[in-house]
Design a protein around this ligand. Structure first.
Ligand SMILES: [Zn+2]
Length: 421
């Protein structure tokens, strides 16, 4: 995942009035506390603490099986076996590579999905050996998202151990393709095919700390290729030049004006092309990343970007009285944006659960598997796994599991709360 900023405080979310609505038993505002008073749920939450060493063992075991983008199969098989060990039913791997398991409730609906992602950003061959020093773990992907994966298992174990029964069904999932290049292919398949129209709420565990992400930053990524006939820099002078056209487009993009709120950004991340200093290039390319927490702003920015490319092509062709220069825009990534108001029941439920467990409440925006359901209008959150970490997306990624069970406890209580009608 990528977390961008902490944007909401408890005060903005209206927590000042929290205690005054405790009397309304059915309101999400006291759902967490009410559930925690039932013996089975209390036992499941308590179990997370005693089960912590097992969770750490799982985290290491999972992380030592590599899962490069588009090559998550080996880790998926291990994960399916671990889910079976917890006693979950109907454990399977779908056509995209997502691992899915069920814990039936009294009814099929609501169906809440609890999920973490299998994939890492690391290529095949990366050293995935985890180094452990007490509660401090070091290794590629150890927090993002090996801890999330271990937590999903811990939730299943705790619910089964304590014999918690829920009105709705809980579906446990490990997705593929969450990181950049994967373009959310796992969660897209889950919602569009595997469990199409069968998911009512979605909860993803991704990231360290105790934050909650309820705003999904959308991104649109493009690779633009400019092409021309090419030629000798002296002999063919007067021919359209793809590198010059690229420069024209870049200058236009660099001057874009974008809103601060919702935060909207653009970046030309990579450029390339050309064959030699004394050749007019036959091609040039750039990779562009556009982002916003708001779909309308993202679409407006994409329109501006496409216009900049078209204008650059026209200007270069006009300059040399030609029509030989072309540009092709390829979409290489599309993550939809989505946001929940702080009044949304799922957000209020997360607040009530955190409150019941005396955990801090901080909300952020990010780009995670939850983007997809949020863009479909399905309530979704991404919660941090607990613990503390640093160096995500590097081979020196570190996870300090001291008191990480607090995150596991929240995942258990929130999952049970979301499996209520
Ligand atoms: Zn992640």
């Amino acid at each position: 995942m990528r977390r961008t900023a902490s944007i909401l405080s408890a005060a903005i979310l209206g927590l000042a009035g929290f205690s005054t609505i405790a009397a309304a038993q059915q309101r999400p505002a006291d759902l967490g506390a009410a559930l925690l008073q039932t013996p089975a749920v209390r036992a499941a939450v308590d179990f997370a603490k005693t089960d912590e060493l097992r969770t750490i063992d799982d985290q290491i075991k999972i992380c030592e099986v590599e899962a490069p983008p588009f090559q998550e199969a080996k880790r998926a098989e291990l994960y399916a076996a671990l889910l079976r060990e917890t006693g979950l039913k109907n454990v399977r791997i779908d056509a995209e590579g997502n691992v899915i398991a069920e814990r039936p409730g009294a009814a099929a609906r609501p169906n809440v999905v609890l999920s973490a992602h299998l994939d890492t950003v690391f290529p095949r061959g990366t050293n995935v050996k985890v180094r452990r020093d007490g509660y401090v773990l070091r290794g590629a992907g150890i927090s993002d998202d090996c801890r999330g994966l271990a937590d999903v298992l811990a939730v299943a174990r705790a619910l089964n151990k304590a014999g918690v029964s829920t009105p709705g069904t809980i579906t446990f999932v490990a997705t593929v393709g969450e990181e950049g290049l994967g373009d959310l292919r796992g969660v897209k398949r889950l919602f569009n095919e595997t469990l199409k129209d069968k998911i009512d709420r979605f909860l993803s565990i991704d990231g360290e700390g105790l934050g909650v992400t309820h705003i999904a930053i959308g991104s649109a990524r493009f690779r633009v290729t400019f092409k021309g006939p090419g030629g000798h820099s002296f002999g063919s002078f007067g021919v359209v030049n793809p590198i010059h056209a690229l420069g024209r487009a870049m200058a236009r993009i660099a001057d874009f004006q974008v809103p601060n709120s919702p935060r909207t950004t653009f970046n030309i991340g990579r450029i390339g092309g050309g064959t030699s200093i004394n050749a007019i290039s036959a091609d040039a390319w750039m990779e562009v990343d556009l982002r916003s927490g708001d779909m309308t702003s993202l679409r407006a920015l994409e329109k501006q970007f496409r216009q900049a490319v078209a204008d650059a092509v026209a200007q270069e062709n006009t300059r040399w009285n030609s029509s030989a220069l072309t540009a092709n825009i390829e979409v290489v990534g599309m993550r939809p944006a989505g946001r929940l108001p702080s009044s949304a029941p799922i957000v209020q439920t997360a607040i009530s659960v955190s409150k019941a467990l005396s955990l801090p409440i901080s909300f952020s925006e990010g780009s995670t598997d939850a983007n997809l359901p949020l863009s479909l209008g399905i309530p979704a959150l991404t919660i941090d796994a607990g613990g503390r970490g640093s160096g995500a997306h590097t081979e020196n990624e570190t996870y300090d599991a001291t008191d990480a069970w607090r995150g596991t406890q929240r995942a258990i209580l929130l999952t049970v709360a979301l499996a209520q009608p």
